[in-house]
Design a protein around this ligand. Structure first.
Ligand SMILES: C[C@@]1(C(=O)O)OC[C@H]2O[C@@H](O)[C@H](O)[C@@H](O)[C@H]2O1
Length: 469
């Protein structure tokens, strides 16, 4: 059986991780332009000043995507190229760059899938409180409307935010991402709320424009499973799903927060300062979402945790989602299990965990259109006789595509798959230690591009629409 004719085989990138040209053509500074240059924040001081120079080489890169037969390219727009000061004056050169990227995609019949926010926030807004300041939410809606008007005649698939739990969690709890604050639960929950509010306002604005495209949000999908049947561990898994999934998915898809978490925030004094207007906006617009984007890499296995965690000291290492760390509130701990398979960075490889999680989502949110907006293997790819022989990545993606095909057969409304990443790119904290792409970038030879084994494999899968999987 082939994948459905309207299922999109794609791959993804993010502006800060590929573009470079950090201060060219009128682009404003972002939080990451500054944060990545604070000594010790990133592996070997890597940053996005050049990245893989996609800003100047996007034509070559999109031509390679076309040679792979890629049906859709998910990229992100850097807010600070469009509005250098976050709000205020529009930078025409910024609009020009993304118009060129979109037109280059369409030249090859590649469907552009645009993410408005993939963590690079204009510095002016970060310095004014970032996502804990409602001004940022309001500025985002203005930025979104500018993009809808400039690109919406050709871009018909929009994602507002990528992985809110990551930029809020690492920004305000672990401190590994800007603004680098640790253990501030009040700011963490406040930031998530203003992001959800900004999303709902952007959806409302998009629908009013009647561009007849679709809009949604991309969340991490990290289904939590108990390590065994012990009641306290089953309760720990429920707690993890409430805080890591339902807190993020409910306000978008139901228009209200999960009562389990709301009650506990009240008791702990972490309730965001939200207004009736904001909560009403969430409720009014929940039904207008066209899809949810899932970034799935792994599930988590959890057990009840019994030690105090007051003001844990965090590091880059405790921020990598590898198992063994307690949750921010100390309620549970993730566990590495003997009978599971893991990547070199300790992420479990579990296509079955994805399938089980998809059914959990369908049970809670109904027959909702979904895209896998990220899935892939971060690895140190072996180079043999000058060829990048990334067989582990082929196996990883093959197993996940098999499960996606099965999920569709079981009635899950999955409409596309975007491998992370289309091309090797800068990791926020890990530089170029692990690669994710179908295309190799040679940092020892002028960032020259080279097709990997997986490039040819994915090309075949797309051509045959995965019939053999
Ligand atoms: C933490 C990490 C990684 O480097 O492994 O997870 C996988 C992937 O997720 C994406 O949303 C990030 O933009 C990208 O940089 C990657 O980030």
């Amino acid at each position: 059986m082939k994948f459905p004719h309207d299922f999109l085989f794609g791959a993804a990138s993010a502006s800060y991780q590929v573009e470079g040209a950090w201060n060219e053509d009128g682009k404003g500074k972002t939080n990451w332009d500054v944060f990545s240059k604070i000594p010790g924040k990133t592996h070997e001081g890597t940053n996005g000043d050049v990245a893989i120079d996609h800003y100047h080489r996007y034509k070559e890169d999109i031509k390679l995507m076309a040679e792979m037969g890629l049906e859709s390219y998910r990229f992100s727009i850097s807010w600070a190229r469009i509005l250098p000061a976050g709000d205020g004056e529009v930078n025409e050169k910024g609009l020009e760059f993304y118009n060129n990227v979109i037109n280059e995609c369409l030249k090859y019949g590649i469907v552009p899938f645009a993410t408005l926010y993939h963590w690079d926030l204009p510095l002016v807004l970060e310095e004014d409180g970032g996502w804990t300041n409602k001004r940022t939410a309001e500025a985002f809606v203005k930025y979104a409307e500018i993009c809808f008007r400039a690109f919406g005649d050709r871009v018909k698939h929009w994602i507002t935010f990528n992985e809110t739990v990551m930029f809020c969690g690492l920004g305000y709890l672990k401190g590994a991402h800007p603004p680098g604050i640790q253990n501030d639960e009040k700011k963490y929950f406040q930031a998530t709320h203003y992001v959800f509010y900004a999303h709902a306002k952007a959806v409302e604005a998009y629908k009013e424009l009647k561009s007849y495209g679709e809009i949604g949000i991309t969340h991490v999908f990290l289904p939590a499973y108990s390590v065994d049947d012990k009641q306290e561990n089953v309760v720990a898994a429920r707690h993890a799903n409430e805080y890591e999934t339902f807190w993020y998915y409910d306000p978008i898809l139901k228009g209200e927060y999960p009562s389990y978490v709301v009650e506990q925030l009240k008791q702990k004094g972490w309730t965001p300062s939200w207004t009736e207007e904001e909560l009403g906006t969430l409720k009014r617009n929940a039904g207008k979402n066209d899809f949810i984007g899932l970034n799935y890499y792994q599930p988590i296995r959890v057990e009840k945790y019994h030690e105090a965690v007051s003001s844990m000291e965090h590091s880059r290492e405790t921020s990598t989602l590898a198992p063994g760390n307690p949750s921010f509130d100390g309620f549970y701990r993730t566990v590495k299990m003997e009978d599971k398979t893991y990547t070199k960075w300790g992420w479990e490889i579990s296509p079955q965990g994805f399938l089980d999680g998809l059914h959990m989502l369908k049970e809670r949110y109904g027959d909702l259109k979904m895209y896998v907006t990220e899935n892939g293997l971060g690895d140190e790819d072996p180079i043999i006789d000058g060829e990048v022989v990334d067989v582990p990545r082929i196996k990883y993606i093959e197993e996940h595509l098999k499960v996606i095909k099965r999920a569709i057969k079981e009635g899950i409304h999955l409409k596309g798959y975007y491998a992370w990443s289309v091309i090797d790119l800068l990791s926020w904290l890990n530089g170029y230690k692990k690669q994710y792409g179908f295309i190799y970038v040679d940092h020892q030879d002028h960032l020259n591009r080279k097709k990997k084994l997986s490039f040819h494999w994915y090309k075949h899968i797309i051509e045959t629409r995965g019939e053999e999987l």
